[in-house]
Structures are given as structure tokens and as C-alpha cells.
Ligand binder design. Structure first.
Ligand SMILES: *Cc1c(COP(=O)(O)O)cnc(C)c1O
Length: 383
């Protein structure tokens, strides 16, 4: 009955760590980690130039040369989202927040903390933000000055129709603020085609640096108007921008090692072919994962057309032999870290496909899922 199933050797990153099939932190390359083995003073000329170079490259990735600037900020992604909302929504402004998951909800919570006037337009977690609903809200509520949206809601992995939403916001004469954390660098976003006041993302996620800093890419004219808006000193992007213009330096201790790693990560991003190359690898990872998991009887939450190539949400199988905690442990034993679900509407779990992962890693992950099912006593498929 109980056939011992031999466990294959555990998968590992280049530096021997388990592979992170999660929405961040992510697996990074050995060369990115090695780039951190230096101590720089914040006034060091080499460091200042490298920092400046990174900011210019970020503007370039967003197609904002000449019209936009990048402003960096210490901290995880949420810090820069909070900084963006606090800075770009004037004290007497009002924000419309598009919500179809936890990160949209977090933006509403930030506004509550700031005491900023806001309202929401909400959708189910497996439903994209509808541009028509945004337009209706803007026509109904003339006090709204800005709209905030998450490009890819990492709660589910859904991709929101940013181009169409931006068109509506522009037509209605409001400002657009985008949390592009889990899309930037892998999903195209071009400031020449999509009008926005600010887009923010972080060093980790699709750019594959180490976690520790975020950045905001802002339309210069919009950013210039934000003086005095921020309710926070350390999160004041306008002040950070002005200080950096004046001295080339961060206002407060810069995360020097994170910045060194980020520079290396951007070299590797360029070598891969930028957004196109990075996006192609992630899409191939994602397609393999979805197809392989479907063959094993798992059901993805989203239809392929709504799925961003970053993280896939699977419905929790109803099979009684499938105990998630055991499945998680069996995957971890084999060198793959997966992620619990974050949906409020359905029991689920998630598997990411971003970071330093390729198709061989995804095939390895699928073999590990098969092996875990064997160990759980689940035959052919889990369905
Ligand atoms: C990861 C992420 C963030 C930031 O999360 P942190 O844990 O603060 O780094 C914000 N928005 C989205 C959509 C994300 O995927």
C-alpha cells in the first residue's frame, strides 16, 4: 500500500537557497547579491553617479525621458505607495481608489491614516477594474481630483486595463496614480501612451533587485505642484526630489547596498532585453505553470486573458487528501516556497513565476507538485 516514493534532490537558487515562488521577496541572481559586498559613503562620487544612473534608467523603462523623473525612497513597496498618495493628493483634494484586491484596499487605509478625502469603486477579486465604472464615478463626484489604481493586483494576479483607465481619467481631467509594483519591468507601461501623474514600484519584484527601496516615476509638472502636500517628512517625495536635484544625494541614509544590487539587477534586465525580454520569460514561466497545474487537476482562479505573468492563484482543491499545510511542507522540502492565498472570497493558494526563475525551474516545481501529490496519496489528478 504505502510505496515509499523517493524524493528528488531539493531545487536551489545559484546560492543554494530554496526557490521563492512568491510575490516578493523573490529569488535574485548570485551576481545581484555579490554586488552588495561593498561599503560606500553617501557622498562618494562613484555612488552618486551610480545612483543618478539608476534613476535615469528607471525613467527610460517607463518611456518618460525629458518629461518624467524618478524619485527613490527607502523602504518596502508600501512606503512608496504611501509616499505617492500623500504627496500627489493635495490636502484639499479627493482620491478615487479602484479596488479589486488587498493592495487597492491598502491604499484606502493609507488615506484613512492621512485623513485624506477619498472614495472607492470596487470590484470582485477575479474581475478587472472597469473603465466605464471609473468614468461614472468621476462624472458623479466632481470633487475627485485624482484616481489611484493597481496595475496588477497581486492578491489574485489579475491585470487591470491601465491604458483604458488612463484614457478615462485624462478625458475627465483628473490625475492618475498607479501602484505598478508587481508589473513594472515585465508589463509594458509607456508614459508617451499612458498619461499618469505618478507610477510607483520597487527594487525587488520584476526588476529582480533585493528588497529595500521603492521609486516613483512622476510627470515633472505634476511633481513640481506637490510641494507642501505630504503629511510625512520621511515620505515627502517632493522634498526628496529637490534635495537630490540640489546635491545628488538622498536626504537620509541611503540603502547603499540595495542600490548597488539594483544597479547590477538593471544591467541584467537590459541584457535580457528590457521589458520585452523580461516579460517574455515571465509569460513563458506562467504559461508552463498554469498548463502543468491544470493537467494535475488544479483550477486557476483567472482565465488566461486576465492573468498577469507574475503570480497565479489556484482554487484550494476539494480533495480531502489535499491538506495545504502538508502540501506546503512537501514543496518546501523539495526546495520550493509557495504562498498561501490572500483572497477574501475563496479558499486559495498562490504560486509565483517572477524573480530569477526560468522554465526549467517551473518544470522542476511541477515535478515537485506531482511528487507532493504522490506523498499525499493522491493519484492521477487532485480534481
Ligand atoms: C508587493 C506589492 C506592494 C508592496 O508590498 P510591500 O510588502 O510593502 O513590499 C504594493 N502593491 C502591490 C501591487 C504589490 O504587489
Amino acid at each position: 500500500m504505502d510505496h515509499p516514493v523517493p524524493t528528488p534532490p531539493a531545487a536551489a537558487s545559484e546560492t543554494g537557497d530554496p526557490l521563492l515562488l512568491t510575490p516578493g521577496p523573490l529569488t535574485t541572481s548570485a551576481s545581484v547579491k555579490r554586488a552588495m559586498l561593498h561599503d560606500y559613503g553617501s557622498r562618494d562620487r562613484h555612488f552618486i553617479e551610480l545612483n543618478q544612473g539608476i534613476l535615469e534608467r528607471l525613467v527610460g523603462i517607463a518611456g518618460g525621458q525629458g518629461s518624467h523623473v524618478a524619485v527613490p525612497l527607502q523602504g518596502s513597496g508600501t512606503f512608496v505607495v504611501e509616499a505617492m498618495l500623500g504627496c500627489f493628493v493635495p490636502r484639499d483634494g479627493r482620491l478615487l481608489i479602484c479596488i479589486n484586491g488587498a493592495y487597492g484596499k491598502r491604499m484606502a487605509k493609507i488615506c484613512q491614516y492621512h485623513g485624506r478625502s477619498h472614495t472607492t469603486v470596487e470590484f470582485a477579486e477575479d474581475e478587472p477594474v472597469a473603465p466605464a465604472a471609473v468614468e461614472a464615478s468621476l462624472e458623479r463626484d466632481r470633487a475627485i481630483t485624482h484616481v489611484a489604481v493597481v496595475h496588477s493586483e497581486t492578491t489574485s494576479g489579475i491585470l487591470n486595463p491601465l491604458t483604458e483607465i488612463a484614457r478615462v481619467v485624462e478625458r475627465c481631467g483628473r490625475g492618475l496614480l498607479v501602484d505598478a509594483m508587481s508589473a513594472f519591468g515585465a508589463v509594458p507601461l509607456d508614459a508617451r501612451e499612458v498619461r499618469f501623474d505618478a507610477v510607483c514600484a520597487s527594487s525587488n519584484k520584476c526588476l529582480e533587485g533585493v528588497p529595500g527601496m521603492g521609486f516613483c516615476i512622476a510627470r515633472k509638472e505634476a511633481l513640481a505642484d506637490t510641494k507642501g502636500n505630504s503629511p510625512s517628512l520621511s515620505l515627502d517625495l517632493h522634498d526628496q526630489w529637490r534635495a537630490m536635484q540640489a546635491s545628488g544625494q538622498w536626504r537620509f541614509t541611503p540603502p547603499t547596498h540595495v542600490i548597488l544590487a539594483f544597479d547590477q539587477a538593471l544591467d541584467e534586465f537590459d541584457r535580457e532585453g528590457g521589458v520585452e525580454g523580461r516579460g517574455a520569460r515571465y509569460r513563458a514561466n506562467c504559461a508552463l505553470l498554469v498548463e502543468g497545474m491544470r493537467a494535475l487537476g488544479f483550477r486557476p482562479l483567472l482565465p488566461d486573458g486576465l492573468q498577469a505573468p507574475n503570480i497565479v492563484t489556484f482554487h484550494m482543491p476539494e480533495n480531502r487528501k489535499f491538506v495545504f499545510e502538508r502540501f506546503y511542507g512537501l514543496m518546501r522540502e523539495q526546495g520550493y516556497v509557495i504562498y498561501p492565498g490572500k483572497l477574501t472570497q475563496a479558499d486559495s493558494f498562490r504560486m509565483g513565476c517572477i524573480g530569477r526563475l526560468d522554465q526549467d525551474h517551473m518544470r522542476g516545481a511541477l515535478a515537485a507538485v506531482r511528487h507532493a501529490l504522490d506523498r499525499l496519496g493522491i493519484g492521477e489528478t487532485v480534481a
